[in-house]
Design a protein around this ligand. Structure first.
Ligand SMILES: Cc1cc2nc3c(=O)[nH]c(=O)nc-3n(C[C@H](O)[C@H](O)[C@H](O)COP(=O)(O)O)c2cc1C
Length: 372
């Protein structure tokens, strides 16, 4: 099979990516306690960047610890104390010839703290978040801007705003989690206001530096955000200077529903969402979700469902995926096994580091030895 699309370059935010393969952000619990950059984290991203993927989007980093962090091992982008570590991380990725991007996030109602904050006090797995006071809105937006500036200073090539997985930015857009009665709640226009203002502040802070967006297209919940509204939000991001949109579906409240577990075992299960978004925007669109075979990857690009692929678990399971595809050695690929019941996700949700059951014992031992 020839891959005329997969290995062709594309421009994203003024930067040329050498092919259409990106690593989608994947939090694995490899940072140190307190969100520091560890030798294990550096080795992991060195392997990811060495894979031949054009761009590595590093897992979510907090803009405000602890209230905005998913866990105590969430990378910190909110303090200059981590600047040297972040610089090392950017350098490791770039040294392998990949474009380095870091995702920044506020977890909102999914924060690991006992006192989460959110647009509204909608119960979250037994916790009731405190609604964000109007006076605090600008403060949080500025924290996104300050963190994005730090990402640029650390030497990354791009920054990604995490508007997926049901975290804070998407909590504002969702009619399910945003019940506010001020100018940030109610109509879609009002619910989009917070993330669009974040984008505007971030862009003002970083200047000529690409800002991408992880995008929640559908919460997969009956009262949640759906495509009829999310595609309008995607257009607003595109009209307001976003460099790319990386589409996903689902949140922690839908990921574990039996029908969603079933759906997410299918290869390229989120490509249809990406296509809907791509129809409405003028910027490159990334799709992720169990993409693992060369012909499906090529077909997604060739049929215009998306411009780029986001590989998370497959690249982690087998960092040689791009090379094996290019060399026609597809049968040698070590696949992420849907039958493992998402061990990686289960481990990180228990605040443990994830090691892939598909790795050989030597690699598992090496990674466990490096874990601090
Ligand atoms: C353990 C785990 C951690 C993840 N961490 C992040 C993250 O930090 N940021 C993000 O936007 N998505 C995250 N995701 C979602 C992935 O980026 C991706 O969309 C999803 O895993 C589907 O792609 P895949 O089948 O290639 O893994 C995570 C997924 C898993 C399983």
């Amino acid at each position: 099979m020839t891959y005329s699309h997969l290995f062709s370059p594309i421009e994203v935010g003024g930067i040329t990516l050498k092919n259409r393969i990106t690593m989608a952000p994947l939090y694995l619990g490899y940072a140190g306690e307190g969100g520091t950059i560890t030798p294990l984290l550096l080795e992991h991203y060195r392997l990811m960047a060495n894979s031949g993927a054009a761009m590595i989007v590093v897992e979510n980093a907090t803009i405000d610890h602890p209230v905005g962090s998913g866990s105590n091992r969430t990378i910190r982008a909110d303090t200059d104390n981590n600047l040297n570590g972040l610089s090392e991380l950017a350098a490791v990725i770039k040294k392998q010839g990949a474009v380095a991007c870091l995702q920044i996030n506020h977890a909102g109602r999914f924060s690991g703290t006992d006192k989460p904050i959110a647009p509204s006090s909608v119960d979250t797995f037994g916790k009731t978040p405190q609604p964000i006071a109007s006076e605090n809105i600008e403060n949080i937006q500025e924290k996104f801007a300050a963190s994005a500036q730090r990402v640029k200073k650390a030497g990354f090539d791009m920054v990604e705003l995490h508007g997926g997985t049901g975290y804070l930015l998407s909590q504002f857009v969702s009619p399910r989690t945003n019940k506010r009665e001020d100018t940030y709640g109610g109509s879609l226009e009002n619910r989009m206001r917070f993330p669009l203002e974040v984008l505007s502040r971030v862009k003002a802070a970083v200047g000529d530096f690409p800002v991408g967006y992880r995008f929640l297209a559908d919460e997969w919940l009956p009262d949640g955000l759906q495509l009829n509204e999310s595609t309008k939000f995607a257009k607003a991001l595109s009209d307001n200077g976003i460099a790319y949109i990386s589409v996903m579906g689902g949140t922690y409240e839908s990921f574990f529903l039996p029908e969603i577990i079933q759906k997410s075992k299918t290869e390229a299960y989120m490509a249809g969402l990406a296509q809907e978004v791509k129809n409405k925007v003028q910027v490159p669109v990334i799709t992720a979700g169990r993409i693992s075979s060369g012909n499906i990857a090529e077909n997604i690009l060739g049929t215009g469902k998306a411009d780029l692929l986001g590989l998370a678990r497959i690249l982690w399971a087998d960092p040689e995926w791009p090379q094996k595809i290019r060399e026609g050695r597809e049968k040698d690929i070590i696949h992420c096994d849907p039958g493992c019941k998402e061990v990686c996700m289960q481990l990180v949700m228990k605040q443990k580091p994830a090691f892939c059951p598909q790795w050989n014992p030597e690699k598992v031992r090496k990674f466990k030895d490096m874990f601090q």
